[in-house]
Ligand binder design. Sequence first.
Ligand code: SF4
Ligand code: SF4
Ligand code: SF4
Length: 314
Amino acid sequence: MNEIEKIKDALKSSNAEKIVAFVRKESEPREVLKVLSPNEVDKISFSPLSLNNPAKLLMQINGKVAVVAKGCDSMAIRQLIKEGKLKRENLFIVGISCKGVVDYRKLAKFVNLSEVNDVELNGNDLVLKLKNGEKRIPFLEVVDENCLYCGHPTPVIYDVLIGEPREGKRDFSDIEQFERLSREERWNYWISQFERCIRCHACRSVCPLCYCEECMVDPSNLAVSPMSTPEEKASYPRILGKTVNARDNTIYHLLRVLHHAGRCVGCGECERACPMELPLRMLERKLEKVVVEIFGYDLNEDIPFFSKLDIVGD
Ligand code: SF4
Ligand code: SF4
Ligand code: SF4
């Protein structure tokens, strides 16, 4: 039985009312997430181009739901359970021991994507089934960089595991070179990145941990408009301006990353979604290191990070 058949087999035994899984796109050689009914299991596909994280979608579904989850997807699911946003008893998780996913932008530099019918990982190569033959690319040339320092390739929570467990990476070597730069060099680097941000908020929209109905950086119900009364204007919070400039963008990014302290699960969705290709994961990784080294917090702990901060006092 191949990997996809094993996934379908596991899902058929789930008794779930809905299934969240990957389905191949018609126009591109990659999968997208869909909510399916149990009789649509045969539509399911899975490959190194099953990029996205299903956790956010799960929050929109009531009742028992089955989900296909890579390691980082399972991390997000577990985090949302910890934060009271999902109920474990409502989930049937088919975990995939993950060898990494492809960076679609890197792949597009090697091949015309419209020529690709199928992809599979074979040893150290990504094998592309093209309309006219086959092409092999070393996987390391196209792998999503985020996967190179993945701490949890094996799902941390599942009902059925597909594939053999894999060891994750346990260090922060990916950011140590950057940390050796001077304070001024690091500041200049980040300002040069933040000023490229167009504040489309795609990074926020895709993040499984950004679920607040009223986001402090972009309030809707509490936004000041020409119709607002003076009392409303005085009482509504104004955290940062809407102007796209380095100053406001920097505040946006600092607020965003601080809200992920001890929570970011390393799925890479934010960076994948960013049209300006900002290195958002590097910022999250730095914070992750601070949380581990200064607060001694491990994301695998059962309690949320904020409950360790002791901010309430006696
Ligand atoms: S971050 Fe880890 S679990 Fe997620 S896709 Fe990459 S290798 Fe797989
Ligand atoms: S997705 Fe990129 S451009 Fe859009 S707000 Fe986030 S960092 Fe800025
Ligand atoms: S901040 Fe980025 S990497 Fe972290 S959980 Fe959100 S989308 Fe995933």
